[in-house]
Design a protein. Structure first.
Length: 257
């Protein structure tokens, strides 16, 4: 065999060995990946969000009211306000509110300028009148929701000339939040069961749960800003309706299938 032929045979053998090695390593790598893919179980789950809403009647009301007085001196304005507010608080207590349910929410005494009206065609600017305004606001809490109107009427008759509004609340807030959260989770499970059933599988576990938000909607009765000069008729009682409080909760649950 010539030397040239020996070189050709040797080169052929090398190519055959290299091809075999490449096939071997390629086959080994593919088998390993498939095994890893088969051995690592992929997590199967369904994630749903659901809400629940309940309504409850409030059992507490808070009425915001106050007295505003004006005078040419700060002391006169303060004294007039103190006397009027004392009479208002006395009337509120006589209505049935205990002293610990009456709270001062704001007090102010400040100077302001009042300009007299000018006659038509008058060019001369009149000097402003320096006056003082004193305001004292209180919050009154009561459980007698059917008597809120009469409470307001009694306070106004005693001298309150500012009624800002009525806020309603409920004492069993924590208990109601737990109930609405439970209902939201139940709704989430019902949705997950429906989806899993349609896909031909079943819910087998709960992987995670998360509370998204809990929302409270309180009824609020807006009252007139200033009573004085509004022509309130004492023969017509102030109507106030408590309505209902709405509580809504939303949860997100991840179920294993």
């Amino acid at each position: 065999m010539s030397r040239k032929l020996e070189y050709v045979v040797a080169a052929t053998l090398v190519l055959v060995l290299l091809s075999s090695a490449f096939v071997f390593f390629a086959t080994s790598s593919t088998t390993s990946t498939v095994q890893a893919s088969e051995s690592s179980g992929e997590e199967r789950f369904v994630r749903v969000s659901a809400s629940a809403t309940i309504e409850a009647k409030p059992d507490t009301a808070s009425v915001q009211m106050g007295v505003q007085t004006e005078a040419l001196t700060a002391e006169e304005a303060r004294q007039a306000n103190a006397q009027a507010m004392s009479e208002v608080i006395t009337a509120i207590k006589e209505w049935g509110v205990s002293p610990d349910k009456i709270q001062t929410t704001g007090f102010s005494l400040h100077q302001y300028h009042e300009y007299p009206p000018q006659s038509v065609g008058e060019d001369k600017r009149t000097e402003p009148i320096i006056k003082y305004r004193c305001t004292n606001n209180i919050s009154v809490e009561t459980n007698r929701l059917d008597g809120i109107g009469s409470l307001i009427d009694k306070a106004v008759a005693a001298g309150a000339n500012r009624v800002h509004g009525v806020n309603f609340s409920i004492s069993s807030k924590d208990e109601l939040e737990l109930v609405v959260l439970q209902d939201a989770v139940k709704n989430a499970r019902a949705k997950a069961d429906a989806m899993a059933s349609a896909a031909g599988v079943s819910v087998v576990s709960v992987i995670s749960m998360e509370e998204q938000n809990t929302y409270w909607s309180y009824p609020r009765t807006a009252m007139m800003e200033e009573v004085k000069g509004m022509g309130m008729d004492s023969a017509s009682p102030t109507p106030v309706e408590a309505g209902e409080i709405t509580i809504m909760a939303t949860v997100t649950v991840k179920f294993g299938i």
